[in-house]
Design a protein around this ligand. Structure first.
Ligand SMILES: C[S@@+](CC[C@H](N)C(=O)[O-])C[C@H]1O[C@@H](n2cnc3c(N)ncnc32)[C@H](O)[C@@H]1O
Length: 264
């Protein structure tokens, strides 16, 4: 089981960063993100937001720029916080940043309260931790919402990692569906939803060869550098993609939990 430091520096500071370098988020992804928050009713009358595990912070900076409201940023991975700090300066949004924690959520402290707190694919590592859940809910304003997005346990990505991952031991965290069941059992009411999103296989495989983005993505998912993956295993992974795709698209399920401050 990797330590947190290994997890943050190797998996996020190197392999996840590599994915961002290969294919930065498009403006369309950012607009889709804001639209999805809006369609869930999470942007109604909000005056502040906090992001847990914000990574390089592209979505956060886009949202802060669009809404012009104070926000908070939390992430423990040094390499990603560096990118965030640079983009923050470039976007001239320093004055809106009211909390900045370069560390894990578990050590975050603030006097501020937030109308919207979100954790996009980062709560896996915080896990079924009642203290953390109680803490995050205590940071919400009276009408605030907590929005946690993770993948459920039976998706394309998880199957791929289980089948080919060399040490998928950090994948012993909770997935969205398990986390939802756990939270309900503990009495934390929330709305749970799953939706399917499609990816064009061309981003990963072009003319049956892995693209540089595909290689970076697989290295991150399997927790193994691309150049250490054997030729035979690369072929099996390629077949896995080709078998799974339909009309050139692969599908991934995304789970989300929405908690309200006032409802427990
Ligand atoms: C899959 S990345 C997601 C980054 C970003 N939210 C996104 O959707 O692009 C997971 C992020 O969670 C962060 N993370 C890991 N453990 C964490 C913790 N205990 N508290 C806060 N963030 C954490 C990592 O540093 C990484 O940036």
């Amino acid at each position: 089981m990797p330590t947190n430091k290994m997890l943050w520096e190797t998996i996020y500071g190197s392999r996840f960063k590599n994915i961002l370098m290969q294919k930065p988020l498009l403006e369309k992804n950012l607009i889709d993100f804001v639209d999805s928050l809006r369609s869930l009713g999470l942007l109604k009358k909000i005056t502040s937001f906090l992001s847990i595990g914000a990574g390089a912070g592209e979505r956060e900076l886009f949202l802060a720029h669009k809404l012009q409201i104070p926000f908070g940023y939390i992430d423990p991975t040094v390499e990603l916080t560096k990118i965030f700090s640079q983009k923050l300066r470039e976007a001239k949004l320093e004055l809106l940043l009211q909390d900045e924690h370069f560390g894990p959520f578990e050590t975050f402290k603030t006097q501020h309260r937030y109308d919207l707190i979100f954790a996009l694919h980062s709560w896996y590592y915080i896990g079924a931790n009642e203290r953390a859940l109680r803490n995050v809910l205590s940071l919400l304003t009276e009408k605030g919402h907590l929005y946690i997005v993770m993948i459920p346990s039976n998706t394309f990505t998880v199957t791929l990692s289980k089948q080919f991952g060399s040490h998928a031991s950090d994948v012993n965290f909770l997935f969205s569906n398990g986390f939802s069941v756990w939270a309900k059992k503990k009495g934390y009411n929330h709305k749970y939803q799953e939706k399917e999103v499609e990816f064009n296989i061309q981003a990963f495989l072009e003319k049956k060869k892995f693209t540089s983005y595909g290689k970076a993505w697989i290295a991150y998912m399997l927790r193994q550098d691309w150049n250490t993956i054997s030729v035979q295993k690369r072929k099996q992974i390629k077949d896995f993609f080709l078998d799974y795709q339909k009309n050139g698209m692969t599908r991934e399920t995304i789970g989300s939990l929405i908690f309200c401050k006032g409802r427990r």
